[in-house]
Design a binder for this molecule. Structure first.
Ligand code: MTE
Length: 341
């Protein structure tokens, strides 16, 4: 995934993470556990210092304990677990929660997979989401008010990163189409842009000025209306942990994961096709549509198979990530577009 625009002389030795080394070979594999433990411990120490206590550090070493504590304080806690919508079932076992919450891409907190501890600095309350652009009533809404507008449900989805790792997770949230209807976009609104929070005081990634912050990406309004498009507020029956995009993020399971910005603070309805974060950084590698396809390799690695987080099982990649029945119609007549990058 990572691409670095700055000249190589600006890349300090300490920035050369295992991830970048692995990516040079074409796939982002799990970093070796001992190295991760060391990185994790260092990050934990940083957090302990910030929180000013040993208790926080002890808790910081246990991702599940930390998450339970957060979930216990979340104002939307009574809404979990939400009823499962059985129409969205899986062909594979769910990924172990511990794996999903400790192997993350969240460049605002670092460009390696072990950012879960650093991401705990993200304060998700108070939190607002601004809805603007081509809507009759632009507004900024408190997240708890927003979440309570729509009934929550649980759906089991496949999730595929462009780096060729994959997971299977139970998201909680509500259909993106419900929010679009509620926002009542004007006729000229053709695309919907999702923008991540931006706070350099808590997230060191913002100091890396060669990245095009804030993280954004977008979909066509038709894609947002697809029954699979979802706004996730939780996972594994609990509110999302910060490292997975708390308090809210879009999920479009037939697309690569980079299309799905975490911890969003703005949803904008626009007329022209926007250029997202990764497309800005490296247009030859990352495009607007980014639909999953085993037959279209990333320029630096194959997409023919995927590695499941946790088990390491290799599975053949499925076109549209297995969701062709629901989404292929969205792309009829667009065959000349770069649909799969
Ligand atoms: N959103 C933000 N704000 N920052 C990021 O770096 N990474 C993306 C996406 N959303 C990213 C982001 C990528 S590349 C992937 S694969 C998924 O988040 C990973 O989601 P996960 O960590 O919850 O599995």
């Amino acid at each position: 995934m990572p691409v670095h625009r700055r000249p190589s002389w600006r890349l300090p030795e300490s920035d050369a993470t295992p991830e970048q080394a692995v990516l040079a070979h074409g796939e982002a594999r799990r970093a070796n556990p001992s190295r991760r433990a060391i990185l994790g411990g260092a990050a934990g120490l940083g957090i302990a210092a910030a929180a000013g206590g040993y208790a926080a550090f002890a808790q910081g070493r246990d991702p599940m304990g930390w998450w339970d504590a957060q979930a216990g304080n979340d104002p939307t806690k009574p809404l979990y677990p939400a009823a499962r919508n059985d129409r969205f079932a899986l062909d594979r076992p769910l990924t172990e929660p511990r794996e999903a919450v400790t192997y993350n891409n969240f460049y605002e907190f670092g460009s390696h997979k072990g950012i879960w501890q650093a991401a705990q600095r993200l304060e998700t309350r108070p939190w607002t989401v601004t809805i603007d652009g081509l809507v009759p009533n632009p507004r900024t809404v408190d997240i708890d008010t927003l979440i309570k507008l729509f009934p929550l449900e649980e759906r089991l989805y496949r999730f595929r990163c462009v780096e060729a790792w994959a997971m299977a997770v139970p998201w909680t949230g509500f259909p993106l189409a419900s929010l679009i209807r509620w926002a009542e976009p004007q006729a000229g609104a053709k695309y919907v842009v999702f923008q991540t929070f931006q706070n350099p005081a808590i997230a060191p990634g913002f100091r890396q000025t060669w990245y095009p912050w804030p993280y954004t990406d977008s979909f066509t309004i038709e894609e947002c209306g697809n029954e699979l498009a979802f706004l996730a507020t939780g996972v594994y029956g609990k509110p999302l942990p910060p490292q997975m995009g708390s308090p809210i993020r879009p999920i479009t399971p037939w697309k690569y994961g980079f299309k799905q910005p975490k911890s969003i603070t703005r949803i904008s309805f626009v007329a022209e096709r926007p250029v997202g974060y990764w497309e800005k950084l490296q247009p030859s590698e990352y495009g607007f549509w980014a639909n999953v396809n085993p037959e279209v390799p990333h320029p630096r690695w194959s997409q023919a198979s995927e590695r499941m987080l946790g088990t390491g099982e290799r599975r053949p990649t499925m076109i549209w990530n297995g969701y062709g029945e629901q989404v292929a119609d969205l792309y009829r007549g667009l065959e000349r577009e770069r649909l799969f990058a």
